[in-house]
Write a protein that binds this ligand. Structure first.
Ligand code: SF4
Length: 376
């Protein structure tokens, strides 16, 4: 087999992704989807969104699964589809209600876009979800990957998906040495993913790749002995699994320290603020927060500063940021006098119990949970 020769260094080294693809015999190229589909039919996990062919529910699952683990998504998906069983019910909902049912899943922009797209489909498309990846991509919050997933799974369109998992699998199987940071490599990987799709059940093939990435082809310590394509996988044959995907630049994280304040009045109520609709956290509730402890102390003034104590420190990752959030607490005997700047802020006093039913982003939800535990 040419791929065997390539391995042992007996064949000329391929120079492009196309060469790499062609270095696999026609038989090998057919075997990859065959083996993956067969493995998927026996080993796929029984997930709630795999028991339906309703495009709306498949769409919900795909949006929830972005940057979120399957185990986390399952209860949210079930709660969501019970409360918003149809696209029309989602389109009718108020944004605060949508955010409440999303609360805790993080990356709230996804929920806002989902809601916006549902309204748009309901009004402009008579409630019919577009059936092609191309048309789906015109909707808010639907990128190339999600469009491919929905169109192939719900409507059987022969269109590929490519995300971090699929990139890892394809670069390993085909031994792609080009950096995946280069747009040209990604373009070729999209082509490679498309070339693997069968005429029938392209959605199953896409899901087989997603499943392989989630259950066997892990970034570290992939379970190659159980993998259906291990005899074809270049990375496995070379014992170089961790070498792929190749990256030209290291991911850089930015560390940030922030401060938040829990203000509690004499009746035990806490001050929370609603974020403006067009902000990153638009529509969600948060405790007052500042970009630094210094900024917080400057705004609240000496008097209140003397009353603050450190309540807890939270660590939180958001995209490329690694955030340390120091949460302070201060008791104020009278509401207005001691913290005049509250008047300029858009918020309200609520009981600690009430915070449990409002939509907060993850770190602020943890603050509320710790206050609830303290109250109990
Ligand atoms: S053999 Fe290993 S590295 Fe290759 S695709 Fe399978 S799990 Fe991934």
């Amino acid at each position: 087999m040419f791929s065997e020769l390539l391995f042992r260094g007996l064949a000329p080294r391929p120079t492009s992704l196309y060469d790499i693809f062609m270095s696999f015999t026609r038989c090998d190229r057919h075997l990859i989807p065959q083996k993956l589909l067969r493995w998927y039919s026996f080993h796929k996990r029984d997930l709630p969104w795999r028991r339906t062919d309703d495009p709306y529910k498949i769409w919900i699952s795909e949006i929830m699964l972005q940057q979120t683990q399957v185990a986390t998504v399952i209860p949210y998906y079930q709660r969501w589809t019970r409360h918003f069983p149809t696209l029309a019910s989602l389109a009718r909902a108020r944004s605060s209600e949508v955010l409440r049912y999303w609360a805790g899943l993080g990356y709230y922009r996804r929920a806002r876009m989902l809601h916006r797209a549902a309204i748009l489909i309901q009004k402009a498309l008579k409630g019919k979800i577009p059936r092609t990846a191309e048309a789906l991509r015109t909707l808010p919050g639907i990128g190339r990957y999600t469009a491919g997933a929905i169109a192939s799974i719900a409507f059987g369109e022969k269109t590929p998906v490519l995300d971090g998992n699929v990139i890892r699998i394809l670069t390993r199987i085909f031994g792609v040495k080009q950096s995946v940071d280069r747009p040209s490599t990604l373009d070729k990987l999209w082509e490679l993913a498309a070339s693997l799709l069968p005429e029938n059940a392209p959605g199953d093939m896409n899901q087989a790749l997603m499943e392989l990435g989630a259950t066997l082809c892990f970034p570290g310590n992939p379970k190659c002995p159980q993998c259906p394509v291990r005899t074809l996988c270049v990375a496995h044959k070379k014992k170089k699994e961790s070498f792929f995907p190749v990256r030209s630049k290291k991911e850089r994280y930015e560390k940030i320290k922030m401060a938040a304040l829990v203000l509690q009045d004499d009746k035990g109520k806490v001050w929370i603020e609603k974020q403006r609709e067009h902000d990153r956290w638009g529509g969600l509730w948060m405790f007052p927060f500042w970009e630094s402890k210094k900024g917080m102390f400057k705004e609240i003034g000496k008097d209140l500063r003397r009353r603050t104590t450190l309540l807890l420190t939270l660590r939180h990752a958001y995209t490329r940021y690694r955030i340390t959030l120091e949460v302070y607490k201060a008791q104020i005997p009278e509401r207005d006098g001691r913290f005049r700047s509250l008047k300029r802020r858009h918020g309200r006093w609520v009981s600690v119990r009430k915070t449990g039913s409002l939509a907060f982003p993850a770190p602020h939800r943890r603050i509320a949970a710790s206050l609830l535990a303290e109250n109990l």
